[in-house]
Design a protein around this ligand. Structure first.
Ligand code: SF4
Length: 365
């Protein structure tokens, strides 16, 4: 289950993700509409959904006050059944995260907290126009670990003026902070964002930063289990794996999208439309698409190739047919051998292949 919380205290200049500054009334109205959405799914599915994993992301879920969080938890407890080993993950921003949030989440059973660290160099945080400091991010990690959460930290690379030395400072300080999971993202300036219209100078392509992270994190006991994700053994994120291995994902909240039994669903984008539909007792699902076997197979191949496990050729063949896997293998014939990795029945990208993954995926999509 993926729940999108569409609020941020301020808009980052590179981001075009749907989020807005929400007033208390906006957030309360969102929670009321969310209850309607959960009720709608209960009717559609014939019962309350059962979750193996709940991921609450955004936006900035820590924009919700502790009282609003309590209401959100009550709703989920009322309308969702969970497996005894459910993995509940929450995204948090260092500056809006409080110990009260942590206490409440611990009591509910949150296991993972994914913290938007972005950098542990203050001048880079300033350049990104983030409102927290490196010290505040390290404080948040320390408190989260104290409460017993598994902590993941996100870092960005390719920033203007980000030398390899500064990138290493962020990586090594994060490794030594005690997190068990690290996600790294290349700065991408999205169309529709503030920088999309007026890009800053000095943004780098990030190839060397990515290669350095692959080397340094592996050496520090983290394994790369996906293009952007590194973890200590046993700390992989279950929710992400649901997307990569085509498990059902129930989407909740404005602009969320999910996947149920071969059909992709997506919700209306804006909070205004989401609230309007809730008032009219209409589902917020704006569209759905049943993928053809070929399209679904090609997407599945790309998703599997994001992971270090890769494509399991016999099960892929059984599900999508021999012709499709043969066609994909034929399209890969010109890919340099050291970008691909065969292990028994599995085909994956090598470390080098992951560095040029976009150009490899473009051959099959
Ligand atoms: S990057 Fe994160 S915090 Fe910044 S505007 Fe986008 S969703 Fe909000």
């Amino acid at each position: 289950m993926y729940l999108h919380v569409p609020f941020c205290f301020q808009k980052c200049p590179y981001c075009a993700f749907y989020s807005m500054r929400g007033t208390k009334n906006d957030i309360d109205a969102y929670l009321t509409a969310l209850e309607k959405e959960l009720l709608w799914w209960k009717v559609y599915l014939g019962d309350k959904p059962r979750a193996l994993s709940i991921y609450i992301g955004g936006g900035t879920p820590t924009c919700l006050s502790v009282e609003q969080w309590q209401r959100l938890i009550d709703l989920l407890q009322r309308y969702v059944r969970v497996n005894s080993d459910v993995e509940i993950s929450v995204e948090a921003n260092p500056d809006s995260l409080t110990e009260e949030h942590m206490k409440l989440w611990k009591g509910w059973g949150v296991k993972r907290v994914s913290l938007g660290v972005q950098s542990l160099c203050d001048e880079e945080l300033l350049w990104l126009k983030r409102t927290h400091t490196a010290k505040r991010a390290l404080w948040a990690i320390d408190r989260l670990l104290h409460f017993g959460f598994h902590v993941s930290g996100d870092l960005m690379f390719g920033l203007a003026g980000q030398s390899l030395r500064k990138w290493h400072t962020s990586l090594s300080n994060l490794v030594h902070s005690g997190v068990t999971h690290i996600s790294i993202y290349q700065l991408s300036i999205e169309e529709g964002s503030v920088w999309g219209k007026n890009p800053p100078s000095g943004v780098q392509n990030g190839y060397v930063h990515y290669r350095w992270a692959q080397w340094y994190l592996e050496k520090s006991g983290f394994s790369q289990y996906e293009i952007a994700s590194f973890s200590r053994p046993g700390y992989e994120c279950r929710h992400n794996q649901a997307y990569w291995f085509e498990k059902n994902v129930l989407p909740l909240g404005p602009s969320a999208w999910g996947y149920i039994d071969g059909t992709r669903f997506w919700n209306v984008k804006t909070l205004a439309e989401y609230l309007k539909r809730a008032t009219m007792n209409i589902s917020p699902v704006e569209g759905k698409e049943r993928l053809t076997l070929e399209k679904s197979g090609r997407e599945s191949a790309v998703l599997a190739l994001r992971t270090s496990r890769g494509i399991h050729i016999p099960s892929f063949k059984e599900r999508y047919g021999e012709d499709l896997i043969n066609s994909i293998l034929f399209e890969f014939e010109n890919v340099p051998e050291d970008c691909l990795c065969w292990k028994g029945d599995f085909l994956s990208l090598s470390r080098k292949g992951m560095r040029v993954a976009n150009s490899i995926w473009s051959l099959i999509i």
